[in-house]
Write a protein that binds this ligand. Structure first.
Ligand code: DGJ
Length: 732
């Protein structure tokens, strides 16, 4: 059993293959967090908690006689609010009488032999290989009828524990939930670093590492999406942690809207880490019998550094979050017309792109922005999801059939959550847009945002998108979001429920996605938000691949894909070969290198194939052959980061499950005169097997390769790249 319960149902040990998470409900019903780390036996570790009379840390009513007992000092699972724990809390309540206290005590527990599902939101699911086990702990508020259920699912083999929270109002009077974070981790001892993934549009997910001290470290989003700026994932690790060494704790929020995540030491040097929905502009009314579900946090612990932690996240997200046909089915190599034509296309242009693509072995043509309504630039048309047959010169059905006749699949771009003021939809339903009455809204890309919390809005979108997907032969949908939310006001939740709109918005998005996928289960969905502005675990539930960044520059992509790899599987990373000079950076890189970088992702092209040279066309064919040759490695293999950003070369590696085949990609990021040799390390081989290396034909044992590495005979020139294979051989 992965979940062990002892001490009259008050001691809980959650055991995974390599980790233990322990909680204990003490004599006052406070749920103590006593341990999370390397696997141990399940003895009660309450004695590790140091108690002292701490000045200005008061005592709860039950322990007035014992001044060493203070909520302000104890490591807890569900820290209270307003009653003596002065650190950050998980939950804040506004009661009917205007008071704002929340103090939860243990009531009981329940075990379920499968994982839990969070209502209306994505969460990890059980598969044939592993079924989670769930512990539900009930906590009751000490002076009201608010009940909290803490959900923990253990995926033992995967070294993963998930957490989620349900808050339920069982009382007569209304309660307003002012804050509801999903997870608190208290560390009594030790020094920690916090690694967050920060950036901006076209520069997403750079790791930033800071020491946790008393000054709070906090990231979050108020953009209504998870955002380019901060990813809803972070790593707490010992300061000595490297790729291969040290204690690392991952926290990954399964949510695509406003979030907060923070770490801070308290006055006594204990570390508190929290994650959940951003409490800013959040409030949720709970009438009698109503409940609120907060999103899931996926926790994972590695006793052997960051690489192992990433492997655990890649595996759990690939196997228990991604769904549908394309979770395992081979993804088609695509050509997207965006950087090839932008808004300037018609049927002839698209078919000529398709013909060229088919000849070179590309398997799908994706028609991006501009095929609907009045849309020749980004100022109008959003919401009018009717094909512009005049611009196209044909119906979508005819166009799709022509592409299918070429032996290719056909994909289409949508941006369902948005509306242009210059659109028929806006003229008919101005109240469907989020905007505050009497206030001019902030516009971004000259567009407004639809109120996705409204059933009628979602119904319209469902009907329109279904109609298009039902009539034209469409195999793939790119689902884009090109602005952050602002001016939040819903006519439906007018008055005192506008604090619910950000959350209800994302629930509406999930609902629409779910309904569409139910109706069109074979469609491959690619998530997108101006590139990687909504690259999060929740979106992987709907789209097994997400356009990683609008930045297609191969050298910039090295860093973006590096940062993305800490949590997200490589198979989820949309990566394309584009034209040079690159449209975002102006940099020119070799065609081969652009291919090698994009091969480490869900692969495609995004350029005008009619404008590339004959040599480059030959390279496209080679790259597609490489895509097929390495597909199982890049999509299901084990991934190793070999170099941090900023080195003179960047290298990474994939190894297959049997450890018979490894592939390393190395890109020279800067050149020098009289160059020093390029010596690269090798990881993940089996020490006792023998491998032949493709670049020098040498055969060594895995032990030797991993110990001694490889020196390249020739130093690649700036921006050149090499693919290096290690294939197992019978003997030396
Ligand atoms: C932003 C996306 O990231 C691009 O790939 C493209 O689809 C544009 N939007 C279209 O407006």
């Amino acid at each position: 059993m992965a979940i062990q319960v002892e001490k009259d149902g008050r001691l809980f040990n959650l055991q995974t293959a390599d980790s233990t998470y322990q909680m204990y409900a003490d004599e006052y019903g406070v749920l103590l967090h006593t341990y999370y780390g390397k696997k141990i036996d399940g003895e009660n570790l309450e004695e590790l908690i140091f108690r002292a009379d701490v000045g200005f840390s008061g005592n709860p009513p039950e322990s007035v006689a014992d001044r060493t007992y203070s909520l302000d000092c104890l490591p807890q699972e569900l820290p209270s609010d307003g009653v003596g724990d002065y650190r950050e809390s998980c939950i804040s309540l506004l009661h009917d009488d205007g008071s704002m206290a929340a103090d939860f005590r243990f009531e009981g527990y329940e075990l379920i032999p499968c994982s839990y599902k969070v209502e209306g939101m994505p969460s990890l699911y059980d598969n044939e290989e592993e079924r989670g086990e769930t512990l539900i702990i009930t906590m009751k508020e000490s002076a009201s009828q608010v009940v909290v259920r803490l959900f923990y699912s253990v995926f033992e083999k995967e070294n993963v524990i998930t957490r989620a929270i349900r808050v339920e109002n069982q009382g007569e009077s209304e309660v307003v939930l002012m804050k509801c974070l999903s997870c608190c981790l208290d560390y009594q001892f030790g020094e920690y670093d916090l690694i967050t993934f920060v950036g901006r549009h076209t520069v997403e997910r750079s790791p930033e590492r800071n020491r946790v001290r008393r000054t709070k470290l906090e990231i979050g989003s108020m953009r209504g999406t998870s955002s380019h700026q901060y990813n809803p994932s972070m790593i707490v690790c010992t300061p000595d942690a490297t790729e291969d060494f040290g204690d690392c704790y991952g926290l990954c929020l399964v949510y695509s809207s406003n979030f907060t995540a923070c770490a801070q030491k308290d006055q006594r040097g204990q570390t508190r880490v929290l994650m959940g929905i951003n409490p800013n502009k959040f409030s949720f009314r709970l009438r009698k019998g109503e409940f609120f579900d907060a999103p899931q946090v996926i926790l994972s612990y590695s006793d052997a550094g960051l690489t192992k932690l990433s492997h655990q996240y890649h595996k759990i997200l690939r196997g228990h979050m991604c769904r549908g046909k394309y979770q395992h089915a081979k993804r088609p190599v695509l050509l997207n017309n965006w950087e090839a034509t932008y808004f300037d296309f018609n049927k002839e242009k698209l078919i000529s792109l398709g013909e060229q693509a088919a000849e070179l072995g590309i398997e799908m043509l994706v028609l991006d922005d501009g095929w609907f309504g009045k849309r020749d630039d980004d100022n109008s048309g959003l919401g009018d999801w009717f094909a512009n047959e005049k611009k196209l010169g044909s119906s979508l059905e005819e166009l799709g059939n022509r592409i299918h006749d070429l032996g290719m699949k056909f994909g289409l771009w949508f941006e369902p959550e948005m509306i242009s003021e210059d659109s028929d939809l806006y003229r008919a339903h101005p109240d469907w847009a989020l905007r505050i009455p009497g206030r001019e809204p902030n516009r971004a890309r000259n567009q407004l945002v639809l109120d996705m919390s409204r059933d009628d809005v979602r119904e319209y979108l469902f009907e329109r998108i279904s109609d298009i997907l039902g009539h034209a032969p469409i195999d793939y949908v790119k689902w884009d979001v090109n602005r952050s939310l602002s001016d939040i006001y819903s006519h439906k939740y007018a008055g005192n429920q506008n604090g619910e709109v950000y959350h209800r918005f994302i629930l509406g998005v999930y609902d629409l996605l779910e309904r569409l996928l139910e109706k069109f289960p074979d469609i491959l969905l690619e998530g997108c938000s101006g590139g990687g502005g909504r690259f999060d675990a929740a979106m992987l539930y709907y789209s097994p691949q997400i356009w990683c960044s609008d930045n297609t520059d191969a050298v910039n992509r090295l860093d973006i894909q590096y940062g993305t790899s800490f949590f997200y599987p490589i198979s989820s990373v949309g990566a394309h070969v584009s034209a040079v000079p690159n449209h975002q950076t102006g940099r020119t890189t070799p065609f081969r290198t652009r291919g090698h970088v994009a091969l480490s992702g869900s692969f495609g092209y995004e350029l005008d194939l009619n404008k590339i040279s004959e040599d480059e066309k030959e390279m496209v064919k080679e790259q597609i052959a490489e895509f097929h040759r390495y597909y199982s490695l890049t999509h299901e293999g084990t991934y190793y980061r070999l170099t941090p950003p900023g080195e003179r070369f960047c290298a990474w590696e994939f190894v297959d499950e049997e450890k018979n085949h490894a592939l390393q990609t190395l890109v020279m990021t800067s050149a020098e005169g009289n160059p020093l040799p390029v010596h690269t390390i090798v990881k993940g081989l089996s020490p006792d097997k023998y491998y032949c290396c493709s670049v020098n034909g040498q055969v060594h044992s895995g032990r030797t390769w991993m110990g001694a590495g490889l020196t390249l005979r020739m130093v690649p020139k700036e921006y050149e790249s090499v693919l290096i294979e290690w294939n197992v051989v019978e003997e030396r």
